[in-house]
Design a protein around this ligand. Structure first.
Ligand code: IVH
Length: 666
């Protein structure tokens, strides 16, 4: 057998095993045997790069090459569904359809999966593109990431699929994976995902597909689009798609009358709680494609389908106390402490009350029986009060505090904002600690070995009172403190030293100036270049920068009007923190590649891929991840994959060699 034959055989076997394991839940070989086959394939592919194939099962492992996402226009816009919340509205939909069609029709009943939608394009039985919904007209090309999802076939089974078609569905993070992921994030003191939907869409937008591969996403497909689908029935087509290797929900049913539709709704209203993934309703679709065509679309959604949303789950429990928390910006948040109660699979003990206006509008009293609901956020919210349960003894009304619970300073309310603030920025403990915690956080200075608990302890012991103090900490200062051995102390000192390489834009974000988030910090750093210039900038100068409005500008000027902030910056400067843009970050060499979208592919002799990426950007061009008709040219090194080559030829995209490219920009 030739190497090529062996590679092809391995690919075929591994595709089948993947399908058996992930879609059918019926593995035929052990995990070890699977891993061995995969290892053999990866080794052979690495040794024979000319035989590389974008649909190989080895693509599931992901790659750590970062790429920006290319925007792709949807062939058919990705519309949403009209929502209904009551049986009456479902009745209306059914009657409307009956009147319009004036002939018998079936309804395909499906679960409404609560994830992030995806459109997959298959050509000649191979997955060629995966695009997010985006704005409905165009979305992000996330093909590399989607290829890591084991339940999405890269190569189809059977032979009766159309030559070219699109299939849409939902990418989901199963509850078990979501819980595990948040547990890990909590341990690393990273922000938690609010729900599996956000976790799935956040994962799909990862630049690094090997992270996507590790997150174990799943996908259910529910909508086929194309010219030559095998049947007129949507349900029948879905069953066919299951044979091609797609994961189609077992719950899907065809109903011939309204009674069967309601049976489906009522069954899943409770049964959905036992599913491994999140659902938020039912989707009802007229089954015949011919009838769908007759009914057509409104501007936003099809007339042939509707979503019925389940009621959000509620629980009734007692409000015991209200506590007030002070954040790093001084904003005071009221939190309700409740009798523990079971809600959508978790025990709820606390709920957010948001702000004073909400407390007022609920007319909340201590000891009230309150309704809690889980919305999009992690912390549930109080949505109502069972006034009838109050009886004769009505306790005190819940009132918003007038003074800071931490430092006693009188709270202020900024005009036009709902929140109350503690204005004592310089000595209110949670504000001081909050600013330090923000400074060391992952997206800011990313200090290894340091988290909120340690910051709290250092603060209590009087070792630190601002971010600059961290750079003065020695191993001797820390050793011997609670849970702090030599190794942990050394790790912190090392982490602080390493943070001196963090670029200016992230340092600017780390300072925690109000309204200066990651994106604003980037824009500011690029435009203003160094902290001294930023300190001197007036409102007029600042608002002239792209995306900087008056609110942000005022906040920046306010920050630099405080002497303690100026002193902090001087000390950070002395410590060696980057407070200006580094030379190479700001160099713009020329505009020879202005307006060009360039794909980098293959292995190079003179520079690394990353270096070529910077060269392209320094010359005004844009590096994009995958080839499309809009690609200006491909910068091709050795061993460019055959699939890419073929695509480039098909779309008529020019291929430029490394030497030609260097000549071009020289
Ligand atoms: S059909 C033209 N079927 O719900 C309508 N959508 O608001 C095509 N969804 O964007 C969508 N489960 O992300 C359809 N069984 C299902 C679905 C479903 C979840 C999502 C989808 C869509 C949104 C509609």
């Amino acid at each position: 057998m030739t190497v090529q034959e062996r590679i092809e055989q391995l690919r075929k076997e591994l595709h089948n095993h993947n399908h058996n394991y992930y879609v059918l839940n019926q593995p035929e070989i052990s995990d070890k045997a699977f891993d061995d086959l995969m290892r053999e394939l990866i080794d052979l592919e690495e040794a024979n790069p000319e035989l590389k194939d974008d649909s190989s099962p080895s693509m599931r492992v992901g790659s750590d090459i970062s790429k920006e996402f290319e925007q792709i226009a949807h062939k058919y816009p990705m519309l949403s569904l009209g929502n209904t919340y009551s049986e009456g509205e479902v009745n209306d939909f059914y009657d409307r359809t009956k009147r319009s069609l004036n002939e018998p029709f079936d309804i395909c009943c499906e679960l409404k999966y609560d994830g992030t939608s995806i459109s997959l394009t298959y050509e000649h039985g191979r997955l060629v593109r995966a695009v997010t919904r985006g704005d409905g007209e165009k979305g992000d090309d996330v093909t590399a990431n989607v290829k890591t999802i084991r339940t999405i076939p890269l190569v189809l089974h059977g032979d009766n699929y159309p030559d070219s078609f699109e299939i849409r569905g939902e990418i989901l993070m199963p509850w078990s994976v979501f819980d595990e992921l948040n547990k890990e994030r909590e341990a690393r003191e990273e922000p938690l995902f609010a729900n599996p939907r956000n976790a799935a869409s956040g994962t799909l937008k990862q630049q690094n597909s090997s992270i996507v591969a590790s997150r174990k996403l799943d996908a259910y497909l529910y909508y086929l689009l194309g010219e030559n689908l095998p049947h007129d029935g949507h349900y029948e087509n879905l069953q066919e798609a299951a044979k091609w290797g797609f994961k189609i929900s077992d719950a899907t049913r065809k109903a011939t009358n309204l009674e069967e539709v309601f049976q489906f709704i009522n069954f899943w209203d409770t049964e959905r709680k036992n599913l491994p993934v999140a659902t938020d309703g039912i989707v009802l679709k007229v089954n015949s494609l011919r009838q769908q065509k007759n009914l057509g679309f409104t501007a936003k959604s099809p007339r042939w389908a509707i979503a019925y949303k389940f009621q959000a789950e509620q629980a009734l429990t007692r409000l015991n106390t209200v506590t007030f928390q002070v954040g790093r910006t001084g904003a005071v948040t009221p939190v309700a402490n409740l009798d523990p109660v079971q809600l959508s699979g978790t025990v709820v003990k606390r709920a957010s009350l948001h702000n004073a206006d909400i407390i007022e509008s609920l007319d909340l009293h201590m000891g009230d029986m309150v309704y809690v609901e889980k919305g999009g956020e992690i912390i549930p919210k109080i949505t109502g009060v069972d006034v009838a349960a109050r009886g004769f003894m009505v306790n005190d009304k819940v009132r918003f505090i007038t003074n800071c619970p931490e430092c006693g300073t009188k709270l202020i309310r900024v005009e036009g904002e709902a929140a109350f603030y503690c204005p004592n920025e310089s000595s209110c403990p949670p504000q001081i600690k909050g600013r330090i915690e923000h400074f060391i956080s992952r997206k800011a200075m990313n200090i290894d070995g340091l988290g909120p608990e340690t910051v709290d302890m250092f603060f209590q012991k009087g070792l630190i009172s601002n971010a600059a103090d961290l750079y003065q900490l020695t191993v001797d200062d820390m050793r011997g403190l609670e849970r702090m051995g030599q190794k942990s102390a050394e790790k912190i000192v090392k982490g602080m030293a390493e943070s001196k390489n963090i670029p200016f834009e992230r340092v600017l974000f780390a300072l925690g100036i109000r309204f200066v988030g990651e994106t604003v910090a980037k824009k500011l750093a690029k435009a203003i270049q160094n902290i001294d210039a930023l300190e001197k900038a007036d409102i007029e100068t600042l608002v002239a920068i792209d995306e900087i409005g008056v609110k942000i500008a005022e906040s920046i000027v306010h920050y630099f009007s405080d002497d303690s902030n100026i002193a902090l910056i001087e000390r950070l400067k002395d410590a060696g923190v980057q407070l200006c843009i580094k030379e190479e970050e700001s160099v713009v060499v020329g505009d020879k590649l202005a307006g060009k979208s360039i794909v980098i592919s293959g292995v190079f002799a003179h520079h690394s891929r990353d270096e070529y990426k910077s060269i392209i950007e320094q010359n005004g061009g844009k590096n994009v991840g995958s080839i499309s008709a809009k690609t200006s040219f491909i910068l091709a090194g050795d061993n460019m994959g055959p699939a890419k080559l073929e695509k480039a030829h098909k779309l008529g995209v020019a291929i430029v060699s490394e030497e030609e490219f260097l000549n071009l920009i020289s």
